[in-house]
Design a protein around this ligand. Sequence first.
Ligand code: GLY
Length: 361
Amino acid sequence: MATVQVNLPHHQYQVCIEPGILQQLGQLARGVAPHARCALLSDEAVAKLHGGVAEQSLRDAEYDVITRAVPPGESAKSLDNVRQFYDVLLEARLERRSPVIARGGGVVGDMAGFVAATYLRGVPFIQCPTTLLAMVDASVGGKVGVNVPQGKNLIGAFHQPHVVVMDPLVLQTLPPRELRCGLAECVKHGVIRSPELFAWIGENLAAIQAVNPTTMTDLLQQNVAIKAAVVMEDEKESGVRAHLNFGHTFAHAIEATAGYGTIEHGEAVSLGMIAATKLAVDEKRCPPELLTQLIELLERIGLPTTAELVSTDDLMSAMLLDKKVANDRIRLVLPEALGKVSIVDDIPAERIAAAWEIVRE
Ligand code: GLY
């Protein structure tokens, strides 16, 4: 089994990666949270696709399993659903040591994690991500939360999982568009920390797109190792964890103005990384070859490199609403070279505005 260890001052856990590992979910859960009952939160689509494998494994490990599935999609990440989940847990008399298990994509993981962080002031949490995006990003690092009408992820907490269980085989049923979206975050990891990973993705793209289990295990291990290293250095995002936001301030503006749901997060991140790198080139902070390399890799993956966008004024207004804005300054993560980025907050708005043009169709 491939593992990545996450060591934080107050908490340690393992990310376990292996084709077929879903069948061992029960044993792995017992290893970290041996209690009589557990709650398994899923989304309806995932519950149908992967049948009862996770649930059966938990029952085989002698858990009394309480299950609940939310409808697929971002709108499920609501306080209403959290409230309903609390009712289910209270009704089933889940206790302080009973684990909450999230089986699904980022929506399910964020929401179940928020419930785990707050129910009885915090219970053990187990992540069992089923999308590439959730595996390489959201399931590791402890950010949990929900959306409110005022914005995404505005209510949340840091609640680290007790174990993360990743089965590369579940990616074989992932729609190709979702696989590409996950790859956008993998490319991001390459740009911020690892020229080796960036090159490896390009060299192994055919096997990645064929969802070869060995290649996917390798892809997951490399990406989780980068994410874990960043989180271990700065758990609560007071410094380098912000590097993970490379491309994301541009991306959030695209998502907000396009209307949530019309463009996928990974697609917006692809466009956002290009705009951020163009800005870095314009500011003479990074060589133009990096922009060429980045666009070439994203194109080969099949991610968008241009899109129909709203006016630049509207995009800039959306950027100013991002929760990473501090004292009305837009904070951006800009590359300096492949594998190296820095945080910049002193670029005048008109120069940021000019960078949008490279991704406009
Ligand atoms: N997804 C960014 C982070 O975990 O910090």
